[in-house]
Design a protein around this ligand. Structure first.
Ligand code: AMP
Ligand code: MG
Length: 402
């Protein structure tokens, strides 16, 4: 028997960090940057207007009011994309659009809302200080400034930033491609009919979705029966196209525990009993360098095992800190009992009321009870030494991704 922490530590010590690839920008969504990206130019690259309006010399409108507007001849229009060669003299104005380069000589923008919108001459009813509604070159990003560096996960905002500094490609560690394989002769595809003794395969769908939630690319493999040759052949085939493999089922103490049977002693895969509930039977190791996580078959056990062991590992494979699910401290709404010596993960409902979190354990805590898992939003994590916790005790609660 080993502890949860020992098992996780072994996993994290052994998962490889994926090599960075040269990726087109949109292929890099969710990838983790592996290079510093400096801005080749300042952003904005040139002084430009923050509003649709009129470029003026501020002193020309210093006395403008509703009663006595400043009236200026309009010498032209400056549009976004204009090359920025126009200029105005004192006493004149040019219509200017948001993002258009400021003309030489002008030092303020009067928004169109402060004017009568005139095309030949314009009446301006409010004064403006120098610099009004001008976006200065470099006020967002300086030339040479590193806008994103190694370890940055590329979400929408970061992808936008990289495009804004002109990058079409970046060096980044891609999302791990994780193939999920359910084993069990009783399993049928959802959508098909069940014969007596059969159930629909839920784990491979659940775990593939969990991979995606964890920031990986999930591929679901059709289930395989409890046939050693078939399981081994399928796994060998998957090795060529997966950064990691997650299996469910066939790792406990039955007579047909096929995953354990075919992988024992293969590569570095080893099977362990981990001091946890649910999820005691676990296996992990590398097959031709590819991490293989063999999770137990009971759906709740598979889910908890994924969140506790696989999720941090997928982060580590991208060179990220192996953070667990986001955790909050909450007050137990009911008394709970917990087995001594085991880390206990209870399904619960976390709620936020009047400034504090409370959590109520779900009714059904059996490792087969997917119904209560799917109605839960949190996993209550009770330490090994907890045995009886009265209502009101503070406990750590992991939020389930949603
Ligand atoms: P095993 O670990 O293979 O002994 O499976 C333990 C329990 O989980 C059994 O009741 C299985 O029928 C069930 N189970 C295993 N795999 C799946 C799956 N992919 N979907 C739903 N239930 C499963
Ligand atoms: Mg089975």
């Amino acid at each position: 028997m080993r502890t949860v922490d020992e098992h996780l530590a072994e996993i994290l010590d052994n998962v490889p960090v994926l090599p960075p690839l040269d990726l087109a920008l949109l292929e890099a969504e969710g990838a983790v940057l592996a290079e510093p990206v400096p801005a080749p130019v300042p952003l904005p690259p040139f002084d430009n207007s923050a509003m649709d309006g009129y470029a003026v010399v501020a002193v020309d409108v210093a006395a403008a009011s509703e009663a006595e507007p400043a009236v200026l001849p309009v010498v032209g229009d400056i549009l976004a994309g204009d090359p920025g060669v126009s200029a105005i003299r004192p006493g004149l104005t040019a219509r200017i659009m948001t993002g258009a380069p400021m003309p030489a000589g002008a030092d303020a923008v009067i928004p169109v809302e402060w004017t009568d919108g005139g095309a030949a001459t314009v009446r301006i009813t409010r004064p403006a200080p120098p610099g009004n509604y001008i976006r200065r070159a470099g006020e967002d990003v300086l030339a040479g400034q590193v806008v994103a560096g190694p370890g940055a996960r590329l979400g929408a905002a970061q992808i936008g930033m990289l495009a804004a500094v002109g990058r079409a490609r970046v060096l980044a560690r891609p999302k791990p491609r994780v193939v999920v394989l359910s084993t069990g002769s009783e399993l049928r595809e959802p959508g098909s009919d069940l014969a007596p003794g059969e159930i629909w395969d839920s784990n491979s769908f659940m775990l593939t979705a969990a991979v995606i939630e964890a920031g990986g690319v999930g591929h679901r493999q059709p289930t395989v029966g409890d046939d050693p040759a078939e399981v081994l052949e399928t796994l060998e085939d998957l090795l060529t196209r997966a950064d990691a493999i997650v299996t469910s089922g066939g790792v406990s103490m039955g007579t047909r525990d096929v995953v354990k049977e075919v992988l024992t002693g293969v590569g570095t895969v080893r099977f362990h009993k981990v001091r946890m509930r649910p999820g005691k039977p676990q296996g992990f190791g590398l097959l031709q360098g590819v991490p293989v996580f063999t999770l137990p078959g009971n759906p709740v056990s598979a889910y908890v095992s994924f969140q506790v062991f696989v999720r941090p590992a997928l982060r580590a494979m991208q060179g990220l800190e192996p953070e667990p699910l986001p955790t909050v401290s909450a007050v137990l709404a009911e008394d709970v009992k917990s087995p001594a010596g085991l880390r206990h993960y209870l399904r619960g409902r976390l709620s936020f009321n009047r400034g504090f979190y409370s959590v109520a354990p779900a009714e059904g805590q059996g490792s087969h009870q997917l119904g209560s898992l799917s109605a839960a939003n949190a996993l209550i994590e009770l330490p090994e030494d907890a045995e009886a916790l009265p209502a009101g005790t503070h406990v750590e609660v992991m939020r389930m991704p949603s």
